[in-house]
Ligand binder design. Structure first.
Ligand SMILES: Nc1nc2c([nH]c(=O)n2[C@H]2C[C@H](O)[C@@H](COP(=O)(O)OP(=O)(O)OP(=O)(O)O)O2)c(=O)[nH]1
Length: 178
């Protein structure tokens, strides 16, 4: 609602404002609820590069994860997505506490994303073992970075402020540090 008129008449009472009335940043794309993993391998983070043919954010870095299915909780969704994206041995990884909840509106017709970021402990794959264990989905590449090497500009826009906080040590790695 703009506030310049006399206010909503009875025919408008209780209805939602149209997206363009709520501000220019609100797009018409879908609103997605996504679970994603902040996967710690000792001092390193494991992240992935989206397929070059992805419909949205092709070639960008992101955290593993994906959309919650109807009736599915964030942990179950992340466990399922890790299995789908990184292969069956990803079930060895421990999903821990919520690191943050991010919100981002991509330019229209992109989605509005609510991203629940959960810590994941990958120490079971320490050293180079992760390279043998992971069977990435076709087109997806998994990459390990030390925090000071994180290429922030290459991440999906929703992730960048959060990844900057991770790089700067403002996000604890594991539950014991919370
Ligand atoms: N997995 C993941 N998705 C992210 C991150 N940041 C971010 O904006 N997203 C967005 C990209 C997608 O629009 C959405 C995740 O959806 P998804 O992984 O299930 O689906 P997708 O777009 O890759 O592919 P599709 O199944 O829709 O074809 O959340 C992130 O760090 N990890």
């Amino acid at each position: 609602m703009t506030g310049s008129g006399p206010g909503p008449g009875p025919e408008h009472a209780g209805t939602q404002a149209e997206p363009e009335e709520r501000g220019p940043a609100i797009g018409r794309g879908p609103r997605l609820v996504v679970a994603a993993g902040l996967v710690w391998l000792g001092s390193q983070l494991l992240v992935q590069r989206r397929s070059k043919t992805a419909r949205h954010g092709a070639g960008a870095l992101e955290l593993p994860g994906g959309k919650l299915e109807r009736g599915e909780g964030p942990r179950a969704a992340l466990a399922r997505e890790l299995g789908e994206e990184w292969g069956p041995q990803a079930t060895e990884l421990t999903i821990g506490s919520v690191a943050d909840v991010l919100h981002h509106v991509y330019p229209s017709p992109g989605p509005e994303v609510i991203l629940i970021v959960l810590r994941v402990d990958a120490r079971a794959w320490s050293g180079q073992r992760w390279r043998e264990r992971i069977e990435p989905e076709p087109g997806v590449e998994v990459v390990a970075f030390e925090l000071d090497e994180l290429p922030l500009d290459e991440f999906l826009a929703a992730d960048r402020p959060f990844m900057a906080a991770v790089r700067d040590g403002r996000v604890a790695a594991w539950m014991g540090q919370c």
